[in-house]
Each structure stands twice: as structure tokens, then as C-alpha cells.
Design a protein around this ligand. Structure first.
Ligand code: B12
Length: 213
């Protein structure tokens, strides 16, 4: 639905810091029938991955990367529907980025995606301290906890957090995901009951539909 040329145009507007032009692309594809999930994955996520590659290769500055993130945050707020239907009786989810993880857009997109699937979702943001997460889970008694990690160096924190969370809340299903999870990391959670690595927003939908029974 979102063609390669639209994607390329979006990336060049994003790198040039042209918020209005990015917004026009987003509004155009939504008017043309694209879903929010396609916008999240084909425009927002993939363009920031592209910015990340250029940043790593020294082709764009850190200022360009910061500006691209800020534009994406504005667009996330713009596209997310303001008038959500009543949440009475909706299953609850808590979403957080693991401790010391400053990358928060993935977690936010997961939280917004769960809301769009009809869940009542609390997003705790970047670098959530484990004690805070455990406290919120005890208070809110969610039907799902989702943890996001972008840095490979965050993987040990993911393992220790899900281990402690499992001890504090033995029954709640936990999903983990994000850029930190490259092929080969699937086995990391094999010994942990009720902990699932979920790769994409499509797979997340399948997973939560399974929970809803
Ligand atoms: C923006 C950015 C930053 C910003 C973050 C600002 C912010 N407010 O979020 C800042 C400047 C803070 C930053 C800092 C750093 N960054 Co940085 N950053 C990026 C960049 C360019 C984009 C990140 C982003 O927003 N992506 C878009 C989001 C939407 O994608 P996503 O998180 O992957 O989420 C999607 C999926 O993964 C999935 N998902 C995510 N979480 C979950 C959870 C569940 C449960 C599920 C189901 C799905 C899911 O859903 C999303 C939708 O598609 C990436 C490049 C990249 N490839 O991502 C580098 C990148 C992540 N950063 C990197 C690095 C190395 C760093 C620094 C260490 C740099 C440094 N030397 O200081 C620091 C670390 C800071 C820290 N402690 O976290 C590396 C990480 C490499 C690795 N995997 O280990 C990357 C990949 C760049 C690179 N190519 O090297 N960064």
C-alpha cells in the first residue's frame, strides 16, 4: 500500500527536517486507505532505521537524528485517534521500555497499537525503573505486560526484569520486543514461563487476540 517511492520521499523530507512535508505524506497515504499499522511500520519505523544507518555511517549528524525523532513524535500524536471509544471492560496492558533504555518510540507505538486493538493501555515511557514497573503491575493488575528494548546491551536487563516481574506477578503474560532482538535471540526466554518474544505489530495482534480468547 505504501510504495517505495512514497517511502523514499518521506525519508528525504524527514532528513531535511520538513515536518509539513512529512505530515502531507502521512495524510496522503491515510486518505489513500493505508492503515495506521502500515504508517507505523512502513513510514515511522523504517525511516528512523534509515536515519540510524546514516547516523552510524556518519552521513547525518546527531542533530538530524534528534530532529527526525521529534518530528516522528509529533506525527505519532497527530495520527493517533483522539476520540477513543469507552474503555469499560477493556483488558488492561502496561507497556514500558526497560531500564537505561532511552529509545521510547517503539514502546509508544506498541502502546498505541494495543489501544487501537481495544486495550486500555498505560505507557510508562523510556528507561522505566523496575521498581516502578512492579508497582504499576501490582496496582493495575493488567492482562498483559509489554517490554521494549532497542539496544543489544539491554538484553541482560530484559532477562532480569522479566525474571523479577514473573516472581512479583506469577500469572501475567509478558511480551518482549524491539530492535534489540536480532535473529538468534529467540532462545533467551525459553526457561521463563509466560514470556514471549513478539517480532512485529501483526504478530502482537495475533498474540493478544489469543489472550482475548
Ligand atoms: C532515535 C534514536 C536514538 C535517540 C532516542 C530518542 C527517543 N526519544 O526515543 C537517542 C539519541 C536518545 C539515542 C541514543 C542512543 N542510541 Co539510538 N537510535 C535511534 C534510532 C535512529 C531510531 C530509534 C527509533 O525510534 N526507531 C523507530 C522505532 C519505532 O523502532 P523500534 O524501536 O524498533 O520499534 C518497532 C519494533 O521494533 C517494534 N517494537 C519495539 N518494541 C517492542 C516491544 C514489543 C513487546 C513488541 C511486540 C514490538 C516492539 O515495534 C515498533 C514498530 O515497528 C535508532 C536506529 C534504529 N534502527 O532504530 C538508533 C539505535 C537504536 N541507537 C543505537 C545506539 C548504539 C545508541 C546509543 C548507545 C548511542 C550512543 N553512543 O550514545 C545511545 C543509547 C542511549 C540509551 N541508553 O538508550 C543503535 C543500537 C544498536 C543495538 N541494537 O545495540 C541504533 C540501532 C543505531 C545504529 N544503527 O547503530 N538513539
Amino acid at each position: 500500500m505504501i510504495s517505495e517511492s512514497i517511502h523514499e520521499a518521506y525519508v528525504s523530507h524527514l532528513v531535511a527536517g520538513q515536518y509539513d512535508a512529512c505530515r502531507d505524506v502521512v495524510e496522503g497515504v491515510l486518505a489513500g486507505g493505508a492503515t495506521l499499522r502500515e504508517v507505523y511500520e512502513r513510514l515511522f519505523t523504517s525511516s528512523l532505521y534509515e536515519v540510524g544507518e546514516r547516523w552510524t555511517a556518519g552521513r547525518v549528524t546527531v542533530a538530524v537524528e534528534h530532529r527526525a525523532t521529534a518530528i516522528t513524535e509529533r506525527l505519532l500524536a497527530l495520527v493517533f485517534p483522539r476520540a477513543l471509544s469507552s474503555r469499560d471492560g477493556a483488558p488492561r496492558a502496561v507497556v514500558a521500555c526497560v531500564v537505561d533504555e532511552f529509545h521510547q518510540l517503539g514502546g509508544r507505538i506498541v502502546a498505541d497499537s494495543l489501544e487501537l486493538l481495544g486495550w486500555d493501555t498505560e505507557f510508562l515511557g523510556a528507561g522505566t525503573p523496575l521498581a516502578r514497573l512492579v508497582e504499576v503491575v501490582a496496582e493495575r493488575e493488567p492482562s498483559l505486560v509489554a517490554l521494549s528494548a532497542s539496544l543489544r546491551t539491554s538484553l541482560p536487563n530484559v532477562i532480569s526484569e522479566v525474571t523479577e516481574l514473573r516472581a512479583a506477578a506469577p500469572a501475567v503474560p509478558i511480551v518482549v520486543g524491539g530492535h534489540a532482538f536480532e535473529p538468534g535471540t529467540e532462545g533467551l526466554f525459553a526457561g521463563l514461563r509466560g514470556v514471549h518474544h513478539v517480532r512485529s505489530l501483526d504478530d502482537l495482534e495475533v498474540f493478544v487476540r489469543g489472550l482475548e480468547g
